[in-house]
Design a protein around this ligand. Structure first.
Ligand code: PLP
Length: 410
């Protein structure tokens, strides 16, 4: 496997990085890597150095890079029609919405350009539903440690102070409850509750799965108090769990009123979606919501092609996800700095006893792209097309780095 030094960017990269430093808002602390192209599970930097991509654009590049079927439909559709606005119909929104209804068990879709926009729309649905149901029904329940996006509504429901504190005051009426605490959930619900937001695996929160019993209780309480239950499947859904959506893994399955998804939907083109049952969809009438870009012909056609491919991939995702999980468990058995391996399907995390940032840099220097969330959790969101060989390569790189840490600590 090729390698690069951990601080010096590949040749030709310095000018690109310097230009960004001068002209781009300095809100990202990027790694010193300029990505030039990708093929399958690998990306190549501007110097031609190859990396195994186990973060896949933070869970976006579900079919890896330059998948031939995706490249083909992008080419064809770009030459026909990219965007027509939502003033008119095009040929692909309807079929994609029908596909989403079939695979989700819900009824109607609204298309957005990002995850946070899908959350915003779902929050408006909750508010409108509450207002239509009666005076004072406007509270939203969300989980501590959750992440729902960066726009002000989504941020207001994000249960992590580090993302919120610079922007307060945020939306009033949001109640945060600890994850998996059924008693606290029962105490939070009331006649004032209009809706609840839930990630079935908290992603930015450190790959923390929510229990089936908790999701079931949320369903019961939402029904009892006529509130909308919204599952945020932006990171944990759309094939990544080895089922279409994470709620389909629960025993028994818990169906939300609304589900929001985004990241992998159009394999790298911006596309998000709100999928709602008829009850929730009825809250939004003509003129109450909209988007200029959302649901373009290009993005919707690519998403249809993706769903076609995904259907066949789901069993393989479960299998390779299980294999990856067991290989990470082997690592945990050999290295005391691994506290826990968490997650399911191809959304996995390794919780460490030490901060993960340097491990991410070391992995990059050894040709493996991963990231770290919640300070100590290495996060893996590989493309759905990874092979056992790719997993073995990634685990070998990690094992080598963990062994070096042991040596450094001794
Ligand atoms: C669970 C969850 N919700 C919402 C978002 C926001 O999505 P986006 O970055 O596309 O706006 C993210 C992004 O990481 C996410 O993980």
């Amino acid at each position: 496997m090729n390698s690069v030094p951990d601080s010096a960017p590949a040749s030709g990269a310095e000018a690109i990085i310097d230009l960004e430093r001068q002209y781009v808002l300095q809100n990202y602390s990027r790694y010193p890597l300029v990505v030039h192209r990708g093929k399958g599970c690998h990306v190549y930097d501007v110097g031609g150095v190859r990396y195994l991509d186990f973060i896949a654009g933070i869970g976006v590049n579900a079919l890896g890079h330059a998948h031939p079927r995706i490249v083909k439909v992008v080419r064809e559709q770009a030459a026909l029609l990219i965007h027509s606005s939502n003033l008119y119909y095009h040929e692909y929104q309807g079929p994609l919405a029908r596909k989403l209804a079939e695979v989700s068990g819900l009824a109607r879709s609204f298309f957005t350009n990002s995850g946070t926009e899908a959350v915003e729309g779902a929050l408006k649905m909750i508010r409108a539903h509450g207002n239509q149901a009666g005076a004072g029904k406007h509270e939203i329940i969300s989980l501590e440690n959750s992440f729902h996006g960066r726009t002000l509504g989504a941020l207001s429901t994000t249960g992590q102070p580090k993302y919120r504190h610079d922007f307060e005051p945020l939306l009033p009426g949001v109640r945060f409850v600890p994850a998996n605490d059924i008693g606290a959930l029962e105490a939070a619900f009331s006649q004032h509750t209009a809706g609840m937001l839930l990630e079935l695996i908290q992603g930015e929160g450190g790959i923390l799965p929510i229990s089936a019993a908790y999701a079931q209780k949320a369903r019961e309480l939402a029904d009892r108090y006529n509130a909308l239950l919204v599952f945020d499947e932006i990171q944990c859904g759309v094939g990544r769990p080895g089922t279409y959506f994470a709620y389909q893994r629960l025993q028994p399955v818990v169906l939300p009123d609304v589900m929001v998804a985004a990241k992998p939907l159009a394999c790298g083109l911006p596309l998000g979606v709100i999928v709602a049952n008829e009850k929730a969809a009825a809250a939004i009438g003509p003129g109450m919501h909209g988007s200029t870009f959302g649901g373009s012909a290009l993005a919707c056609r690519v998403a249809l092609e993706f769903f076609d491919i995904l259907e066949e991939l789901l069993p393989a995702i479960r299998e390779i996800g299980g294999y990856f999980h067991s290989r990470l468990n082997d690592l945990a058995g050999r290295h005391a700095l691994v506290k826990e391996v968490r997650g399911f399907g191809l959304m996995l995390g390794v919780d460490l006893t030490i901060p993960g940032k340097q491990i991410v840099l070391d992995a990059m220097a050894d040709g493996l792209l991963i990231n770290c969330t919640h300070d100590t959790v290495l996060r893996f969101l590989p493309p759905y097309i990874v092979t056992e060989r790719d997993v073995d390569t990634a685990v070998k790189v990690l094992g080598k780095i963990f062994a070096r840490q042991k040596g450094a600590a001794a």
